[in-house]
Ligand binder design. Structure first.
Ligand code: ZN
Ligand code: ZN
Length: 158
C-alpha cells in the first residue's frame, strides 16, 4: 500500500490502519479493501464510497448481480487471498492477523485481530477460517511482520 495521501499526494509517515486525517491537507483518508483483488488501498471519501458500492453488489442480492457472477468474484477473491498467503510465506512471514470490517458479522468481529499460522489456513476459504455468516466474507489477512508491527494497532488473541 502506497503511503500517500489520496487527496494531496503528500507522503504519510505511517500507513494508516483505519480512517485518519491527512496532516498535510486535512482530508479524511479511508482504508478500504476492494472485493475483486483484495487490495487494501488508501481512498478519498468518494473512492471509499465507490468501493463500498462494489461490495454491495457482491454482498447484497438486491443489487442485481447474478449468483454466478458473485460466485466468480468469490473465487477470484479466494485465489487472490491464497496468492497473498503464499507470497507472505515466501517472504518468511509465519503469522497473519484476521482483519475484519466495521460491518463484519459477529463471528468475524470476534476473530478480528486474531493471529494465526499461515500454514494452518492455506487452501482454506477465508469464510471457513472466520466462520463467516454473511454471503461474502469481507475479512482479509494482514501479514504479521516481526519488529515492524505497530504496537497497539489491533488486539492480539494470543
Ligand atoms: Zn493530504
Ligand atoms: Zn463474517
Amino acid at each position: 500500500m502506497a503511503n500517500q495521501c489520496p487527496y494531496c499526494g503528500n507522503p504519510l509517515a505511517k500507513t494508516p490502519g483505519r480512517k485518519t486525517k491527512c496532516p498535510h491537507c486535512g482530508g479524511f483518508i479511508y482504508v478500504r479493501t476492494r472485493p475483486s483483488d483484495r487490495k487494501s488501498v488508501l481512498a478519498t471519501k468518494e473512492q471509499a464510497d465507490a468501493i463500498e458500492a462494489e461490495w454491495r453488489m457482491v454482498t447484497d442480492s438486491q443489487y442485481r448481480m447474478t449468483p454466478e457472477k458473485v460466485d466468480q468474484i468469490k473465487k477470484e477473491s479466494q485465489a487472490m487471498i491464497q496468492r497473498n498467503l503464499l507470497s507472505y510465506l515466501d517472504a518468511g512471514v509465519i503469522h497473519v492477523k484476521i482483519l475484519g470490517t466495521p460491518d463484519s458479522c459477529e463471528n468475524c468481529k470476534a476473530k478480528n485481530g486474531q493471529k494465526i499460522r499461515i500454514d494452518l489456513i492455506l487452501n482454506k476459504p477465508i469464510e471457513e477460517v472466520t466462520g463467516c455468516m454473511n454471503p461474502f466474507c469481507r475479512c482479509d489477512y494482514l501479514a504479521v511482520l516481526k519488529d515492524k508491527e505497530p504496537a497497539g494497532d489491533a488486539p492480539d488473541a494470543f
